[in-house]
Design a protein. Structure first.
Length: 148
């Protein structure tokens, strides 16, 4: 009788989670859920699973395996959405606009060229094939001289 109550509880709690999981999987919309909540929930499910294994309770083990599969999937989708939202949206470059990187990039190239001239880069360009290294060095040198 005790196992039957355990199985009933496992079925109800696991299947109550399915409509939310199905909706998120179908729409890929995770805006309404909290990343922290799902992370904590997933860790809690793993903890329940470990507990179920320790006490050898089949209802606890089976329900938490099923719930873990759903929760981990939703956590993965939510994490992807949060990362995507934090990525800067690339802006189109206006026609005729400069794409040289600005003064900071020119200063960086000047420092690299001066280090290469002084030998401190330890043959960085020589490690590339000789032709490619020579071409890259000439290109950087022309960029810094043309803009200074």
């Amino acid at each position: 009788m005790t196992e039957s109550i355990g199985f009933l509880a496992a079925i109800l709690t696991t299947f109550s989670f399915v409509p939310q999981a199905a909706h998120i999987l179908r729409t890929r919309q995770t805006d309404g859920i909290s990343l922290l909540m799902y992370a904590m929930f997933t860790v809690g499910i793993v903890t329940w699973l470990v507990y179920g294994l320790m006490i050898a309770s089949l209802p606890v083990i089976l329900s938490n395996i099923a719930t873990l599969a759903l929760a981990a999937t939703i956590l993965f989708l939510k994490t992807q959405a949060v990362i995507a939202a934090r990525r800067p949206i690339p802006q189109p470059i206006a026609q005729g606009a400069s794409v040289d990187g600005g003064p900071l990039a020119r200063d960086f190239l000047a420092v690299i060229c001066s280090l290469a001239d002084s030998g401190h880069l330890f043959g960085l360009f020589g490690r590339l094939s000789d032709a490619a290294g020579h071409h890259a060095f000439r290109k950087m040198r022309s960029l810094t001289k043309a803009r200074t």
